[in-house]
Design a protein around this ligand. Structure first.
Ligand SMILES: Cc1ncc(C[n+]2csc(CCOP(=O)(O)OP(=O)(O)O)c2C)c(N)n1
Ligand SMILES: [Mg+2]
Length: 277
């Protein structure tokens, strides 16, 4: 179902605010990952604000949908979205990566309300998400598991094991979303580990693939609807075309901004580009 013009404007506004706030938070913390956080903004917004069934007043609700951020280093954007959704106060963003914070450098299921899986080590998320999906099926709920992958994440062999297993176990309640920004920590994916035709690869494993503009909330929502509507038992991946560092010209496509402290003048420039003061 398409979004109303009003809803689309609201969600686009949220994304603008999330980007500005994450840049401010990372500047204040002088540590953390700007590139991958800016890249995943619309994906998380589409899930938490439109498509996933979650309840901030009951984060452990047994039949909630699960969202697994396999690329756990993008935690700042996840936290900002969770805070807006009401899982914890937005004020708490100031504590990112501080001693005794609930907002650690990578998502922690033990510390942060709303986080469904601790992640950070790449390659582990999809396998765990598959296990969660199979467990939910045994519990007779119709909950979904959404797993957000990154380029560096899919370099890991365990992702492809999970890929095969998901087909064998007919995990049609597992939906992967590939934040496909084509850049990793130390360079372009094409140079580090060329990925070729990912749609052909996932299809060959037996997955359904839906290509989509990963910075268009409405397109993401439509892709997720489509993924949920298939009547058969194949897992689905949304191939979300994204840009690492999206929204800040000097960060876009630059692996140098994967995990780097933001200096004063860069902070000013970034905030100005994102429409802030
Ligand atoms: C197993 C493992 N190896 C190395 C790292 C260090 N590391 C953190 S992020 C990253 C690159 C991630 O790239 P990508 O998945 O494309 O994320 P994005 O571009 O969305 O930031 C690496 C190599 C890690 N977290 N886990
Ligand atoms: Mg990447």
């Amino acid at each position: 179902m398409s979004l109303t013009a009003e809803r689309k404007t609201y969600l686009d506004g949220l994304c603008g605010k999330f980007r500005r706030d994450v840049i401010d938070t990372l500047y204040a913390a002088q540590t953390g990952h700007p590139g991958g956080s800016l890249s995943v903004c619309e994906i998380l917004t589409a899930l938490y604000f439109e498509k996933a069934r979650v309840d901030p007043s009951n984060p452990q609700k047994p039949d909630r949908d699960r969202i697994v951020l396999c690329k756990g280093h993008a935690a700042p954007m996840l936290y900002r979205v969770l805070a807006e959704k009401g899982f914890f106060p937005v004020e708490e963003m100031k504590t990112l990566r501080q001693l005794n914070t609930r907002l650690q450098g990578h998502p922690s299921i033990k510390h942060t309300p709303g986080v469904d899986l601790s992640t950070g080590p790449l390659g582990t998320g999809l396998s765990a998400a598959l296990g969660m999906a199979l467990g939910l099926r045994l519990s007779n709920t119709n909950a979904k598991v959404y797993a957000i992958l990154g380029d560096g994440d899919v370099n890991e062999g365990t992702v492809w094991e999970a890929c095969m297993s998901a087909v064998k176990f007919k995990a049609n309640n597992l939906i992967a979303i590939y934040d496909w920004n084509k850049v990793q920590l130390d360079g372009k994916s094409a140079d580090i580990m060329p990925q070729g035709d990912m749609a052909a690869k996932f299809s060959a494993f037996g997955w359904r693939c839906i290509p989509c503009d990963g910075h268009n909330v409405e397109a993401l929502c439509e892709a997720i609807d489509k993924a949920n509507a298939y009547p058969d038992d194949r897992p689905v991946i949304v191939l979300a075309d994204t840009v690492k560092g999206k929204g800040v010209s000097f960060m876009e496509g630059q692996n140098a901004w994967h995990g780097k402290a933001i200096g004063e003048s860069d902070h000013k420039r970034a905030v100005a580009e994102l429409g802030g003061k």
